[in-house]
Design a protein around this ligand. Sequence first.
Ligand code: GLN
Length: 492
Amino acid sequence: MSEYWWGRSASEISEYVKNKEISPVEVVQSFLDRIQQVDTKIDAFTQIWSDYALQQARSLEEKIVKGKSPVGPLAGVPVSIKEVICTQRGFTTCASKILAGYRSPYDATVVERLLNADAILIGKVNMDEFAMGSSTENSSIKLTRNPWNLECVPGGSSGGSAASVSAEECVISLGSDTGGSVRQPASFCGCVGLKPTYGRVSRYGLVAFASSLDQIGPLSKNVMDSATTLSVIGGRDPRDTTSVDMPLPDYSERIRKNVDTISMRIGLPKEYFTEDLNEEVKELIMKAVRILEKQGAEIVEVSLPHTEFAVATYYIICTAEASANLARFDGVRYGFRHVDSKNIIEMYKCTRSEGFGPEVQRRILLGTYVLSSGYYDAYYLKAQKVRKLITQDFEEAFQKCDVIVGPTSPTPAFRFGEKTQNPLEMYLSDIYTISVNLSALPAISVPCGLTQSGLPVGLQFIGKHFDEEYLLTVAYLYEINRGQEFGNPPLE
Ligand code: GLN
């Protein structure tokens, strides 16, 4: 019987593969078996690329046997990709009816870079339509379940990414984070989720939701694997002018080097520990803070006074940008088109009314409203000013501390249907993640324990611009001293 490879980390798998101790074909086959075994319960995958994955594994094996060209840092590591990231293979649907059957003519830069690093693309995963949502319930394809409790949502919008990693159907997944969509599902599903600094990772080939906030980030079982993935996907890309030309370290090497000597001043924002924070979540966060204190961290209180305006600000800016970005889906150029319309205006109307789900329509309408003449100054311009104040809050806080720590989400995973009737309640659950996107900062969610009812909770670390090296080192230091393993979701 072949060994199971699905419990292993990316660094372990790639080492074994590079050293010819295991064939990448065997690794991939064992993950495909795992998907067969559990995805009927989880429904994380929208496309499973069995033949393609095995074909990639066979070419990698050949390359290793020949021993001529260097082998990449993710050799043989199975990766899943969120439906919003363009892949030439298969479909790129954004989990929307309007893009059903859409094939991208090119690979996103991050996908190209994964392939160059010898990762194995195993398939694509579910999400909220156009990445708008916090539970993956807005997918037009299907519901994805939380591996820790099948009655609960996996979080969103990268719910399929988080669930696929948590259920060990792949080792790494790429998600996108506009207001928390990598970190919040990571927190709900008990995995690590990293949102890099805006500009660290190319957005070329990421279907745009809110262009000034969107950033692609990895989800994995541990900090080191996310660090390795960032070194692979990050760095300047001439095809995305907002990607920056800054040195991109080998993060996993830097973490190992720095972890023993790192000094930490940890800021706890007083606005993050109010009565809106679930008691059990608060206890687990404070337990984690004490672990960091034991490791020599100095704990200081900081203030982010404009936090209360973050949700309103985010939902003005992201909807404004979404209304512009989604104007291109008109039934002419991509995907779905309403057929028997009498004229072109009716064709646009029917295509967009039938092709977009209710949440996407709500956001397009909101965004169009806040940008319309007469309201632009009162809403959009005002929101931009508040965005600046939120960014300044962080700048001031970072005068007193090196990293900010707090919850990723105010609650653990909730049940299906619990928040779908009340969009405002769903929006309010983004309170701890969205300021980070508004301020372009990097942040990571790391599991810090389980609630009484066995649901994971995530601890969020927020770092300074482009200092992922420090952020990841602190997160790693916490992870190795957490002193408790939570095991795996009870799936068998
Ligand atoms: N939940 C937030 C929203 O609905 C964030 C989504 C995201 O980061 N893509 O907009």
